[in-house]
Design a protein around this ligand. Structure first.
Ligand code: A3P
Length: 325
């Protein structure tokens, strides 16, 4: 029997099995063989019970802040690199391994009653994420927030303008949505970032390849904005949280912000920062009509998917399909 020093052996191994170069982390405690060699110093309890997957610009930060008010819910720690989001399953952080990921979570004081979660809003539309998430946290629940994809696209465009993205500064939203193949690359990139995440049914089907439909909860983002307490009650039922936290008391509407905020001591509101709930001109009717048409098939797919799952339809979806029929 021949062997090699560890590095050489690894090189040889990946020459023979190149498809295994990309790891797929599983929960070491779900397989006895892995658990037996897993350090006694370590735990498998520092993992989320649920994920808020996005997509971006649908109200995920508001949802994150409302969730953390609940006494039984604990968020992951903030990432020093990506601000509040860990962004583990979707990109290069995945290669940092599961110890790196677990370090973002505290040791739960009670494994059965503590609900730890993380929110990374680009999990929703990155193709590799559901497979990786299902390998590590197969029993996790998954929450997605959907608003009218046309509004989501416009909000992303405004977000990029606020961050001085030259493409968003130099081109109108109408130019961004109606590109041609021959358009400059920076414009095509922005076009995709604006529009692709809003093809909701495609991304949700990808999640449903790896998670059961009862693990998935879809939040109507328009309702989250107008009646957050109602949405939070639905989420509490979905997660099976007991006792139920009273969001009607915990939240208040702030007239000057124009959004629901946390009610803090003295009955004052504590709202999200300026980058959430930005003020910008309305989308032009021309661009809205273009996007209604662009998303027609995708929204019809979403309608079929939600009917299949027996989920209530968001009011914006009914409205949008009426507009495009
Ligand atoms: P705009 O800034 O375009 O209005 P995300 O946190 O996923 O990036 O989403 C940001 C969007 O959340 C904001 O987009 C805003 O419309 C929406 N939102 C919903 N409820 C909110 C709240 N209570 N406070 C601030 N923004 C909220």
């Amino acid at each position: 029997l021949q062997t090699l020093p560890p590095l050489k052996l690894a090189e040889k191994y990946f020459q023979i099995f190149p498809e295994e170069r990309d790891p797929l982390w599983q929960n070491p405690c779900h397989d006895k063989r892995h658990k037996d060699i897993w350090s006694k110093e370590k735990t498998c309890d520092r993992l989320p019970k649920f994920l808020v997957i996005g997509p971006q610009k649908t109200g995920t930060t508001a949802l994150h802040s409302f969730l953390t008010l609940h006494p039984a819910i604990t968020s992951s720690f903030s990432s020093p690199v990506t601000f509040e989001e860990i962004q583990f399953f979707n990109g290069p952080n995945y290669h940092n391994g599961i110890d790196w990921y677990m370090d973002f979570f505290p040791f739960p004081s009670n494994v059965s009653t503590d609900f730890m979660f993380e929110k990374s809003a680009n999990y929703f539309d990155t193709e590799v994420t559901p497979k990786r998430a299902a390998a590590l946290v197969p029993r996790a629940k998954v929450i997605a927030v959907l608003i009218n994809p046309a509004d989501r696209a416009y909000s992303w465009y405004q977000h990029q303008r606020a961050h001085q993205d030259p493409a968003a500064i130099n081109y109108t939203f109408q130019q961004v949505v109606s590109v041609r193949q021959s358009s400059p690359n920076e414009l095509l990139v922005l076009h995709n970032r604006c529009l692709k995440p809003g093809e909701y049914a495609t991304h949700l089907e990808n999640w449903l390849q790896h998670f059961q439909s009862r693990q998935l909860h879809i939040v109507d983002g328009a309702l989250l904005r107008s009646s957050p307490a109602q949405v939070m009650d639905g989420i509490q039922r979905f997660l099976g949280l007991n006792p139920v936290f009273n969001y009607t008391q915990a939240l208040m509407f702030d007239e000057s912000k124009g959004f629901w905020c946390q009610r803090i001591d003295g009955g004052r509101p504590k709202c999200l920062g300026k980058s959430k709930g930005r003020k910008y001109p309305e989308m032009t009717p021309e661009t809205r009509a273009f996007l209604t048409e662009y998303y027609r098939e995708h929204n019809l797919e979403l309608l079929r998917l939600l009917n299949r799952l027996g989920h209530t339809l968001p009011s914006w979806l009914r409205q949008e399909l009426q507009n495009s029929s």
